[in-house]
Write a protein that binds this ligand. Structure first.
Ligand code: CS2
Length: 484
């Protein structure tokens, strides 16, 4: 049977507004599954509730795949949400069009510099920014940063694109756009602001001053577990809508967005879609990074090496699920109090989300980019744990499991690619076969905070666990650990 196009989707699944009647107000960099399941979905609800010229131009920075899928569909795609309540599909109309900036940044820059653009948002993953986190600036040795510093008029990287677009707006006498970072980084707005201002200062100090004075960088906490789409996702979308959709995605029903309300040029009515506006984003962000993402990283490394391809398999393995709950509790104990938030209930809700049998979230996918993720997810918790006298065993276990993953092979000698921007450096460390030596090398890595590097007891425990993980099947180590 020939499938209809998404524009002919049944009325009940269509956006609750006429997409064509709304102009573009947002340019989004990093057009991946997460953006489509999170910000675009909430913008869709905000448009239905309150209207406004807030549709999104999606920009993929590296591969044209996402734009090739969305452009012929007029930006429309099916969002499939799956939870205990069942499965629900609807067509999202918030994305007006999609382009790819790799090779030719001009269309993206022109869109960012257009008078109607009031927000530029980003989900590009931690590694794409080129941050120097300790210095609150940019890292001039990062490949994209280095290339854009050498050729700022034709940027390819995030900092270069933002800076060149802001320069064009300043020169045209236009108000700047608000920069909305939606990646899993602590105080993401503050970090990105520091990096953009530092980048601009290296090429045009007056522009750096203008950005520092005029541009808002609200921080956000974003949350929705969204696996990569597979052929099964597309088949399910076709079955649910009767339409062909190459850009369909699936996600969980849960969604959370906590945003600092600092949008001088306005914003969509995201609160109508359930977003929480607060000036205490950092507390929510720390809680989510340490509890959800910290336990995710731990279970990804330990689970992958214990033969669990998906998070739901981890939660079905009793010993490992126990370690997930241990990690959640330990992470919760490191946090300051957040008024109105019960971290024990949050931990329980997270465990339930991880168990979701409908979501096939790959442990190998979460295991990616550990050197970019471990600092805010696990390492940052240790300083607070030490100060509060919280047992650090959950964090040493997570760190050892990550170190185990650096070897590039499972216990049965199946090799896999280590996907990390520092893969070469990390592999070289892991090639030294003794756990003590691997740990000594990791401790000296630039992404380990100095106070943690100096924590003898922490690394001694990591080395002990790593020695076990290197020589025994991960399942045995997990079983022993969970028996404590
Ligand atoms: C995951 C996150 O891949 C990962 O590293 O921990 O993508 C996680 O699924 C999201 O942050 C959930 O909001």
């Amino acid at each position: 049977m020939r499938l209809a196009s998404l524009t002919q989707v049944p009325e009940a699944l269509r956006p609750g507004y006429d997409p064509q009647a709304h102009g573009v107000g947002i340019v989004h960099l990093g057009l991946g599954a997460f953006h489509k399941a999170h910000q675009a979905a909430l913008t869709d609800l905000a448009l239905a509730a309150e209207g406004g010229d807030w549709r999104i131009l999606g920009v993929s920075l590296r591969s044209p795949k996402a734009s090739d899928e969305l452009h012929p569909q007029n930006g429309l795609y099916t969002l499939i949400a799956k939870g205990a309540e069942g499965t629900e599909a609807r067509v999202i109309g918030a994305i007006a069009d999609a382009i790819c900036s790799a090779g030719d940044p001009e269309p993206a820059l022109a869109a960012m510099a257009a008078p109607g653009t009031r927000i530029v948002s980003l989900t590009v993953t931690e590694k794409a920014y080129g941050l120097d986190r300790a210095a609150h600036g940019c890292d001039p040795a990062h490949p994209a940063v280095a290339a854009d510093l050498a050729n700022p008029a034709a940027p390819q990287g995030v900092l270069g694109l933002l800076t060149e677009a802001l320069r064009r707006r300043r020169d045209a006498g236009l108000a700047p756009f608000t920069v909305l970072c939606c990646d899993n980084l602590p105080e993401n707005g503050v970090l990105l602001r520091g990096a953009v201002v530092d980048f601009a200062r290296r090429i045009d100090p007056a522009l750096a001053d203008w950005i520092a004075a005029e541009v808002a960088f609200p921080s956000t906490m974003v949350d929705r577990i969204t696996p990569a789409a597979t052929p099964a996702t597309l088949a399910e979308a076709a079955a649910l809508t009767g339409c062909e959709d190459l850009a369909a995605i699936e996600t969980e029903t849960f969604v959370q967005w906590v945003i600092e309300d600092n949008f001088p040029q306005g914003r969509p009515a995201w609160e109508k879609a359930g977003a929480i506006f607060t000036d205490n984003v950092t507390a929510f962000e720390t809680m989510k990074l340490r509890m959800l993402n910290g336990s995710h990283s731990m279970l990804a490394y330990a689970g992958f090496h214990a033969g669990c391809p998906y998070v739901r398999d981890v939660m079905a393995a009793r010993s490992l699920a126990k370690l997930v709950r241990r990690h959640l509790a330990a992470a919760a104990a490191t946090l300051p109090e957040i008024p109105g938030i019960d971290t024990a209930a949050y931990a329980e809700a997270l465990a339930k989300r991880f168990e979701n049998p409908e979501i096939a979230h790959e442990t190998f996918q979460i295991a990616m980019d550990g050197s970019e993720k471990m600092p805010q997810r696990v390492f940052s918790a240790v300083a607070d744990a030490r100060a509060k006298g919280v047992d650090c065993r959950a964090f040493t276990f997570a760190t050892a499991a990550w170190a185990r993953h650096l070897s590039g092979a499972t216990h049965d000698c199946d090799a896999y690619a280590l996907r990390d921007p520092r893969a070469a450096e990390l592999q070289a460390m892991a090639e030294v076969k003794e756990a003590d030596e691997i740990v000594a090398a990791l401790r000296r890595a630039a992404f380990v905070p100095p106070a943690l590097a100096a924590d003898e007891a922490f690394w001694a425990e990591v080395a002990g666990l790593l020695a076990e993980m290197l020589f025994e099947p991960m399942r045995d180590v997990i079983a022993r650990e969970a028996a404590f």
